[in-house]
Design a protein around this ligand. Sequence first.
Ligand code: NAP
Length: 499
Amino acid sequence: MSKAYTRDYWEDVLTALEPEGRHFIDGEHRAAATGETFTRPRPMDGKPGPTVSRGRAADIDAAVKSARTAFESGVWRKKEPLEKKKIMLKWADLIRAHGEELAMLETLDVGKPIMASLNVDVRLCADGIQFYGEMIDKLYDEIAPTGPNARALVRKVPLGVVGVITPWNYPMIIDAWKLGPAIAAGNSVVLKPAEQSSLTAIRLASLAVEAGLPAGVFNVVTGYGEETGKPLALHMDVDMIAFTGSTEVGKLIMGYAAQSNVKRVALELGGKSPLVVFEDADLDAAASAVAWGCFYNSGETCHASTRLIVQRSVRDVLIAKIEAVTKSDIALKHPLDPAAQIGALIEEAHLQKVLSLIAVGEKEGARRAFGAERVMTETGGYYVSPGVFVDMTNDMSLARQEIFGPVLAAIAFDTEEEALRIANDTIYGLAGAVFTGDMDRAHRFSEAIHAGTVWINTYDMSNFATPFGGFKQSGFGRDRSVHAIDKYCDYKTIWQQFG
Ligand code: NAP
């Protein structure tokens, strides 16, 4: 029988929580070499949050050294595949067993609803580790075609030390998307989580060691991007950076790789995804998909459907339906309220950025249909109601910039050609969708939208079997699926001649 979660229950879990904020290096928690720490206000109520170690280059050096030592010793990569698999699966089980604790750490850090943290983020994190754990004893190398007197083995070998840098919007899920394949491939990892979301990363590392992952294979160094992420990306003994974050910082990461040791990079970056609705679509289904696609996680989602491109003849009726769905289904509440569907934004500065982008949009002529206002100020937290802007063109700031808040830009079109042109008129290419009753048009459109994922008459369907990532300035390299393993490996050819 499933547990009856109440606000009081979660308040008790929060009171009992003792978050660990130190780095995790070489199998143990460690304070920063300088002893420095930082705290930040809790998004849910603005009260002071837990204390976290403020890492710098010396901490990165220590973590990279530990990772390198573990890699060279072969303590992980040379273990029997079956043994490695068992450890990864045990790690996934421990994540599930500590689900309530991990969910609370995530909600405390980022302000998302506790039930979403538990039922979505914890679940997908554990599923991700399990998916790649299960692959470990099913990875084969190749024998290339040669003449009879030779043999050429084509082996897939781990890179060595992988630096992972992640954002704050889905910390545990994105960590698992990278840790799973990187570690399953035999690498050692140094993870630098966003300064806003350190707690679950640290706990994932201690659970990994509890599951049997050897010390040094997975290290976490917390801190700020410039002070901790930059030295990791510039480090001469790091073989790859797997990065998820903004396009702006992604470009810096490419620069650091070029300035240092030509390390490999994989970049999962921003988005401004179009959702195109034709007049022959099921408008109720479209309204629900638009609202959830744009407003889930308070709009702090890289592939959020932030640009609604709607046929003019159905624009007003669709906007009315989106408003109705938003108000009836997407409850904005305190994150510890089990009925909350969306919660707080990450921090005051980010909330102010969202509000200032809205102000610029209004100055440019966008008209507010509903919402998009600061609310729940009595909590002390950072809340913005989901909202829609109409009378928009695709050159306005609200249609071009990634807002990362619950704000939808609705743009009307008259012809299919115009809809496609608007959909592709963006620097990003992460995701897109088309809603239509005409299946020929659905297929034409899904092929023509230039994005890593396109949905037909739905939004945000996903599973671990499908690759996820972007075209254009949304980055390159893919998370999820069996293909994600490839980017954490190199091919090595071994020739042998006979007779
Ligand atoms: P961000 O500002 O780019 O930060 C991402 C990570 O980079 C953080 O850990 C950050 O550390 C670190 N960082 C910042 N400056 C750095 C530097 N100079 N050198 C090395 N590391 C540095 O992004 P965010 O605000 O956390 O996350 C939101 C962005 O992520 C959005 O653009 C969103 O679209 C994107 N995103 C993309 C995907 C995808 O799969 N494509 C998924 C989720 C999010 P600090 O936090 O300490 O600054």
